[in-house]
Every structure is written in C-alpha cells, then in structure tokens.
Ligand binder design. Structure first.
Ligand code: NAI
Length: 247
C-alpha cells in the first residue's frame, strides 16, 4: 500500500514550480488532489500529471489572500472529494528590494499572500479536519525565514511568521489529531528563482555544501513524508530542505 493511499490533499499554488511538484508527488504516493491557484487556467497541466498517475484531480480558482474566495474553494473541494486529509500551504510570492526602498504596497502584498493566505486556508481546512479528528498540514516556509536575507524584508518576515503560525497551529490542533509542520526550502530551481541575477544565484550557491540548487521534487518528497503517517509523531517542526545551507 502506498503511504497516502486514498487520502485527499489540497495544495495551494499548484499551477507550477514547487506546488506542482508537491501535487504530483502526493498523487504518486496515492492521494487524490484538489489543486488551487490564483492562475486557475494554468492548473490543467498539473491536473493532467496527477490523472496520469491514476489519481483524481480537480482545479479551483483561489486567491489565498481573499477570505471569501478561500472559503468558497475549500467548501467546494470538500463537497467534491467528501473529506480533506492533507493541506499544503505553498502559494507564495516575492517582491524583493532593500528595506529603505520597499513600498508599503509591496510589504502588504507579500504578507497578505504568504502569511495571511496560509492563515485563511488553514482556518477553513482545520474546521473540516477537526470534525474528522485527523489531518496533516504542511506549510512551505523558507530558510530565509530562519536566517534573514538582504533585499527580502517582506518575504523573510512572512516566512518567519509562517513558522510561528505553524508552531501555534500545531499546539492548538494537536489534541484533535491534526499535525502541522513546515518545510523550509533553500535555493530551489523554479520560475521564482529564475528572476535572480547570476551574481545572486552564485552567492546563494556558495552557501550550499552540496554545491547545487535543489529541484522542486526534492521539496515535494519532504512534504509527502510530513503529510504521511510515516511522520505520525512529528508535529510543529521545521524541516529544512536546503542542501545544508542552514544547519
Ligand atoms: P512559483 O512562483 O514558481 O509558484 C508559485 C505559485 O503560487 C504559482 O503557481 C502562483 O500562480 C501561485 N500563487 C501566487 N500568488 C497566489 C495567490 N495569491 N493565491 C494562490 N496562488 C498564488 O514559486 P515556487 O518557487 O514554486 O515557490 C513555491 C513556494 O515555495 C512559495 O511559498 C515560495 O516562497 C517557497 N519557496 C521557494 C523557494 C525557491 O527557491 N524557489 C525557496 C524557499 C521557499
């Protein structure tokens, strides 16, 4: 039997990058997947990959920063699939610049999506999981939420906040048999990191003992572990997937 056989998972930001890899890995491990993204039309490719693995995929338009949209999408997914076992809060953005140049709008947008978004989706999903008295939530944080990073005041604050949210949710929901953990990726090859200059990429890579960037699948395998019963006694933890960048 596969580790996630017949589990139902919901993944935000599933259209591309790490979210897409997570959805495909969860399906490979036996889960059916509710795919959510603000770019709903991009989700079909992920859905096709999930269906190719013999699992069910349904797509939902969801801006995680919009409470009404989150509530509606989670309710539709729960009705379509009948339950919800796993939530992965993966949707995230960057708007990088030095703190003294950062606009209030760029601060708010990154905090709204990366931190408030995770709160809103967790709240909606946790209500279902509490009734089921079971669930696993995995938040995609970042190593920079642990170490800080010049040029990312908004992003690092959002990811540090997400780590604190992970621990608080783990404390509040543990008695209902709902585990909440975070994965903190390092430098992973996606469209998000493609935007970085070659100099910035080289500087990041010099910090990685393994000497290579990670792939979305490296993150996805860690998420699948935390989502599964193999991690049944792992709760409130931050698993770094960064080639040793942070120890
Ligand atoms: P990406 O930009 O390739 O994918 C992000 C996905 O989230 C996209 O499909 C996008 O449409 C979706 N999204 C953006 N705003 C949204 C919103 N308001 N509501 C719903 N969906 C929304 O990014 P990537 O690299 O795959 O990142 C995924 C997560 O991993 C993010 O939370 C990011 O902060 C985190 N991360 C990425 C690292 C990297 O090196 N790529 C390192 C550490 C963390």
């Amino acid at each position: 039997m596969k580790p996630l056989e017949n589990k139902i998972a919901l993944v935000t930001g599933a259209a591309r990058g790490i979210g897409r890899a997570i959805a495909v890995q969860l399906a490979a491990d036996g889960a059916d997947v509710a795919l959510c993204d603000v770019k709903a039309d991009w989700l079909e490719e992920t859905a096709a990959a999930v269906r190719d693995l013999g699992r069910r995929a349904e797509c939902y338009a969801m801006d995680v920063a919009d409470g009404a949209a989150v509530g509606a999408a989670v309710a539709r997914a729960a009705a379509d699939f009948g339950r919800l076992d796993i939530l992965v809060n993966n949707a995230g953005i960057t708007r990088d610049t030095l703190l003294i140049r950062m606009s209030e709008e760029d601060w708010d947008r990154v905090l709204d999506i990366n931190l408030k978004g995770a709160f809103l989706v967790t709240k909606a999903a946790a209500k279902l999981m509490m009734k089921q008295r079971a669930g696993s939530i995995v938040n995609i944080a970042s190593v920079v939420g642990l170490m800080g990073n010049a040029g990312q005041a908004n992003y690092t604050a959002s990811k540090a906040g997400l780590i604190a949210l992970t621990k608080t949710a783990a404390k509040e929901l543990g008695s209902r048999n709902i585990r909440v953990n975070a994965v903190a990726p390092g430098f992973i090859r996606t469209a998000m990191t493609d935007q970085l200059s070659e100099a910035a990429k080289d500087a990041m890579l010099r910090l990685v003992p393994l000497g290579r960037p990670g792939e979305p699948e490296d993150v996805a395998r860690a998420v699948a572990f935390l989502a599964s019963d193999n991690a049944a006694y792992v709760n409130g933890q931050v698993l770094t997937v960064c080639g040793g960048m942070v120890m």
